[in-house]
Design a protein around this ligand. Structure first.
Ligand code: BES
Ligand code: ZN
Length: 409
């Protein structure tokens, strides 16, 4: 969320379709045509006073909730800057590769069977959560943050995804039938990573625990240092510690559990949108999603903060009960006010999702998206993330059991 010196005035002049070309000589060199992209905004945002000088005109698609605009890819940093200066968000719009993808994102397509949320696995969960180790979480944060950046379009962003796949493969090797695979995205190089533990009874029903693996400096500079220790090496580290505990315990789920490290979140939730769209069109039964994005900065004191917007209220209420029962800290609520992370991709597609966050929105880490987002600026250890890993273990086990059929016990 750092600011650059570029002013909104310059931004507006750069984005305006009516921009006058300087009659200078030699003539302005026009760069080769960049790729077109489609960006979507919530109409409630566009109606706010902050959007008074909104630089795009003429949505190419629109329904009662969403307006979609066609833009050149090179304009995205400027658009992000506008959103930051006016809305105090880092970006806050969704990016799509094609008009078809933009249109598909506007309507939920998933028809998911709702499962009963019951809390009855204490005998399994309690000993497992006791095994969460702060130093393991810290170790993964340090390893992820050691890449120069994990930007979706930079070589080190690809290396970081491969590193994570390697770590998750070591865990998968300990579980019969489990796998850790790269999920390739057609429009950029950084893959997502999926660790799948097959269910023994209802393998077609899937519990997803996810977080984004990419990082960004400012509005996207593929060479700049972006350790992203909190945003979001912390979420990846929490998922990895939960997966380690499940892998080393001999536990076998009845539903399938998938841990997902999403590519390209920082540039408009692009990785998670593609995955959620593919799961929806493939008829996959995702019975619950939890998103981990920033868990290591204790800006509002101890506790886990559940978002209340762009989430499923029933699943979020159940997640609060899991925190009370298993995480050893209290749960609180907060909201972003916009679709601020990958949970929004699942919610938009009709899948139930919750999101566990480090603090209130205003109390969250001010160093994100800069070279200052290091482990040191989150206190130098991973202690704030420990309850998040306990919650992840509990979420996986309580959702991946198969509920007994009605009338039995
Ligand atoms: N981790 C942040 C989201 C976040 C930041 C939540 C601060 C709460 C407080 C995430 O990686 C991010 O930067 N999201 C973007 C939106 C996305 C659609 C590009 C943002 O917040 O602008
Ligand atoms: Zn971010």
């Amino acid at each position: 969320m750092n600011t650059r010196s570029l002013s909104v005035a310059l931004l507006l002049s750069a984005l305006s379709p009516a921009r006058a070309l300087d009659a200078d000589f030699p003539p302005t060199i026009v760069p080769p045509a960049a790729a077109d992209l489609w960006v979507s905004f919530d109409k409630t945002d566009l109606a706010k006073p902050e959007a008074a000088e909104f630089p795009l005109s003429g949505p190419v698609l629109s329904d009662e909730r969403t307006a979609v605009y066609k833009v050149r890819a090179e304009m995205l940093p400027l658009l992000s800057q506008f959103m930051h200066e006016r809305f105090n968000r880092c970006g806050g719009y969704l990016t799509h590769d094609t008009m078809t993808a933009a249109r598909a994102s506007m309507r939920p397509t998933a028809a998911v069977p709702r499962i009963a949320y019951t809390l009855d696995q204490q005998a399994t969960v309690a000993p497992l959560v006791a095994g969460v180790r702060e130093e393991n979480i810290r170790g993964v944060i340090s390893a992820m943050a050691a890449h120069n950046n994990r930007y979706y379009a930079s070589p080190t962003g690809v290396e970081a995804a491969r590193w994570l796949r390697g770590r998750w493969s070591e865990l998968a090797a300990k579980i019969p039938g489990a796998s850790a695979e790269l999920f390739a995205h057609a429009s950029w190089k950084q893959p997502s990573v999926i660790l799948a533990i097959p269910g023994s009874e209802n393998p077609e029903e899937i519990v997803v625990l996810g977080g984004h693996l990419d990082s960004i400096n400012g509005w996207g500079n593929s060479a700049a240092r972006a350790p992203g220790a909190d945003d979001n090496a912390s979420g990846i580290a929490v998922l990895t510690e939960a997966a380690r505990i499940l892998a080393e315990s001999g536990y076998r789920p009845k539903r399938t559990i998938q841990f997902i490290g999403y590519a390209a979140e920082e540039v408009g939730l692009r990785g998670s949108q593609e995955i959620a769209a593919k799961y929806a069109s493939g008829g996959k039964k995702v019975v619950g999603v939890i998103q981990y994005d920033m868990s290591n900065f204790a800006g509002s004191g101890e506790g886990i903060f559940l978002l209340t917007d762009y989430v499923d209220p029933a699943l979020s209420a159940f997640t609060a009960r899991l925190i009370d029962a298993y995480a050893g800290v209290k749960s609180y609520t907060t909201k972003c006010g916009y679709g601020c992370s990958d949970h929004a991709s699942w919610t938009k597609k009709g899948f139930p999702a919750a999101m566990a966050f480090e603090a209130t929105f205003d109390g969250s880490n001010p160093a994100i998206h800069s070279e200052r987002d290091t482990l040191a600026s989150s206190g130098g250890d991973a202690s704030h993330s420990v309850p998040f890993a306990k919650l992840a273990v509990a979420f996986a086990v309580e959702l991946a059991k198969t509920a007994p059929p009605a009338g039995t016990n």
